[in-house]
Design a protein around this ligand. Structure first.
Ligand SMILES: Cc1cc2nc3c(=O)[nH]c(=O)nc-3n(C[C@H](O)[C@H](O)[C@H](O)COP(=O)(O)OP(=O)(O)OC[C@H]3O[C@@H](n4cnc5c(N)ncnc54)[C@H](O)[C@@H]3O)c2cc1C
Length: 336
């Protein structure tokens, strides 16, 4: 008896030649404090399993490195204090990071960044410079080359295996718990003095909204307002007091942002921020698929909407069908 044998297609040479070295983890710092998104991507880096080399770039890199010593599980810290890196311009960061990844003495097989605005800016550039296909916005590490990432605005998950010799990844901050910064280590620190390539791009200024409120991306609770609020005045008079009472960050739908109710940095969704707080209160939000893409992984979702057919109720744990202009002030008083 003959058994038929199906020949497997030959895997690429690259995949056979793949072996694992270290993971270079790009760390975003605000002054000397390490961003919560970077602490999350370090968690993903740990799950990859390689030794971790953290890299800090910018004039505060040295003081930020002291805070990195509090994180267990790293192997080494690289830093470059050039002030050209201060504003995270990808035109300056990407060539330097690419050279480091290529530096054979560093033996780097993986590069990871948080999937933040900065990470989204540098990863494709590094991918192009290395001719490697980045795996972006991962939500799970299956093994050192296999990752899960959402597609179609979060409606499907795809499992991707990277066959590249340099595996380039960005990790979605809300999908990985931040690592604790409570240890006490003395990792070796290597100070780099990279030559910064000149660029036609120059930092001019920034105009940031300053707020004492918890940052939307890392807040434990978020109150989000939609078009149902009808005006900026209503948004400020109803959403802000409820958020204050809950100690919450504020979010908004794109329709609310486009209508001028609030700043576009607060937009949640496919083209805004992706959040997964413990509590997400959606007020006057219909629950369009593009909005759900940014908040449906929240632990508890409360929806207030006068339309009982609104799709937001499909993902809500607690739904309140009613007029937000009556319900929200009452709720705010009760929370207080
Ligand atoms: C490519 C693309 C990307 C997009 N990206 C995003 C994104 O990142 N984030 C995002 O949010 N959207 C995004 N959108 C837009 C999205 O499709 C929706 O248009 C938007 O989310 C709707 O916002 P909304 O729920 O505030 O408004 P609406 O859909 O108009 O819903 C308003 C809701 O308020 C309720 N309401 C009205 N009055 C009251 C009242 N008195 N009391 C209680 N409830 C009331 C209504 O019943 C309704 O359900 C994107 C769209 C596209 C095409």
């Amino acid at each position: 008896m003959f058994r038929s044998i199906r020949l497997q297609p030959l895997r690429s040479f690259k995949s056979y030649s793949q072996r694992f070295g270290s993971t270079l983890a790009f760390i975003e710092a605000q002054g000397d404090s390490i961003s919560s998104a970077s602490l999350s991507s370090l968690n993903a880096a740990k799950q990859i399993g390689n030794p971790i080399i953290a890299i800090l770039l910018g004039s505060s890199a040295k003081s930020a490195a002291e805070n990195l010593q509090k994180i267990d599980g790293l192997d080494k810290i690289l830093l470059a204090s050039n002030n050209e890196f201060d504003h995270n311009l990808p035109e300056y960061l990407s060539p330097v990071l690419t050279k480091l990844i290529q530096d054979e003495s560093k033996d780097i097989s993986h590069f990871i960044t948080p999937a933040t605005a900065v990470g989204k800016n540098i990863l494709p550039r590094i991918g192009a410079l290395l001719d490697s296909q980045p795996v972006s916005d991962i939500i799970k590490v299956q093994d050192s080359t296999t990752f899960v990432r959402p597609i179609y605005a979060g409606n499907a998950l795809t499992t991707v295996k990277s066959l590249d010799s340099k595996v380039l990844i960005s990790a979605r901050p809300s999908a990985f718990d931040p690592v604790q910064a409570s240890g006490s280590n003395s990792y070796p620190i290597e100070e780099l003095t990279p030559e910064v390539e000149s660029s036609s791009v120059e930092w001019v200024s920034e105009n940031l909204v300053k707020s004492e409120r918890p940052d939307l991306s890392s807040a434990k609770s978020v109150v989000a307002g939609g078009r149902g609020l009808k005006s900026k005045e209503n948004f400020d008079q109803l959403i802000t007091p409820l958020a204050d009472a809950l100690g919450a960050g504020i979010g908004a739908t794109r329709a609310a942002v486009d209508s001028g109710f609030t700043d576009n940095s607060l937009q949640v969704g496919q083209t805004g921020k992706v959040v997964a707080p413990d509590l997400y209160v959606a007020v006057g939000v219909s629950g369009a698929i593009q909005h759900l893409a940014g908040m449906k992984d929240s632990k508890t979702i409360v929806a207030i909407n006068k339309d009982e057919e609104a799709p937001i109720f499909n993902v809500a744990d607690i739904g309140l069908v009613g007029d937000l202009f009556e319900v929200v002030p009452e709720l705010t008083e009760k929370v207080k």
